[in-house]
Design a protein around this ligand. Structure first.
Ligand SMILES: Cc1ncc(COP(=O)(O)O)c(C=O)c1O
Length: 299
């Protein structure tokens, strides 16, 4: 599913470092560490009529990712919130918008890998776009399993939400070449970790299962799904799950800020059953939607 260019975003204002710029002028330096090494952290947030969903959790993850990468300059929540607020106001965005929030290590005094060359402070980018939910929930999505493994703590801890996304991008290219929507990525042991851009759940005999968050992003929507299930007295288990468990489950769905909860209809050519798990999925989705306003924060 290829996202289309939305002309409503032609004249958006983007916050870079310390002020707003018109879309065409919004740029970072060629010396910025995100250009030199993908050395940045990021978050994707959605704007609902009731406010920004899970704002605090997203800011915490951004700041903790920057801390783990030893950024020497991390802006405080007030600065980030003001930048987001200014951006949304300038673009009159009150709903159906997506924010790509990026914090780069900043500009280097000369090109090179050493973070000590970053002496100009970090660079915050608030890119807000008019954007509907990315996936078509009615149609669902299809996937193949990629041979590109998802990073775990042995290589680059998946808890760090960094912009060095090449292994996920390679997996997505495999999905594109195969003519499907997304790629299932395995951990180094061969267990399923997540899709290239969202977390995964399966339903089997009335129980929700999701991979341990050891080699996947501990998604905020994943956590919300687990909490929603708990509030409904539906068991949700974190486990080592193999492709077999997904192929033979009663329902599979993805969770993520950009698409909320989205069913998978096929993995590696195996049709995923829907009938047995659909009622439970719909009930969880319904509760998920009801819960959204209580997790939204207005700026
Ligand atoms: C690799 C990956 N997995 C899962 C997710 C979903 O996370 P969240 O629910 O916090 O949006 C994302 C979102 O950025 C992601 O990049």
């Amino acid at each position: 599913m290829l996202q289309e260019y939305n002309p409503a975003n032609a004249a958006i204002q983007v916050f870079v470092k310390d002020r707003l710029w018109n879309r065409a002028e919004a740029k970072v330096s060629v010396f910025d560490s995100v250009v030199q090494g993908g050395d940045a952290v990021w978050e994707g947030l959605r704007v609902y009529p009731e406010g920004l969903l899970h704002l605090k959790a997203h800011l915490n993850r951004l700041v903790n990712s920057a801390k783990a990468l030893h950024f020497s300059h991390i802006p405080d929540f007030e600065f980030i919130k003001n930048a987001i607020s200014e951006t949304l106001l300038a673009n009159s965005m009150k709903r159906d918008a997506h924010i790509r929030l990026t914090l780069t290590r900043g500009e280097k005094v000369t090109s090179g890998m050493d973070p000590r060359l970053n002496q100009m402070g970090s660079c915050l980018i608030v890119l807000a776009e008019h954007k509907k939910l990315v996936y078509d929930r009615e149609k669902g999505i299809t996937a193949i399993c990629s041979n590109q493994r998802r990073n775990g703590p042995a290589y680059l801890d998946s808890k760090i939400h960094h912009s060095n996304l090449l292994n996920n991008i390679l997996a997505k290219i495999q999905a594109n070449v195969a003519g499907v929507d997304a790629a299932v990525m395995l951990d180094e042991r061969g267990f399923v970790s997540e899709l290239n851009d969202t977390n995964l759940f399966l339903i089997k005999e009335g129980v929700l299962y999701t991979p341990f968050a050891t080699a996947c992003l501990p998604g905020i929507s994943r956590k919300m799904t687990m909490e929603v299930a708990e509030s409904m007295n539906v068991k949700c288990v974190e486990a080592d799950l193999s492709l077999f468990d997904f192929y033979t489950s009663d329902f599979v769905f993805a969770s993520g800020t950009m698409g909320e909860l989205t069913p998978l209809t096929e993995i590696d050519g195996r049709k995923i059953e829907r009938e047995k798990g659909e009622a439970l999925f719909n009930a969880v989705l319904n509760e998920y939607h009801k819960t959204i306003p209580s997790y939204c924060e207005k700026l």
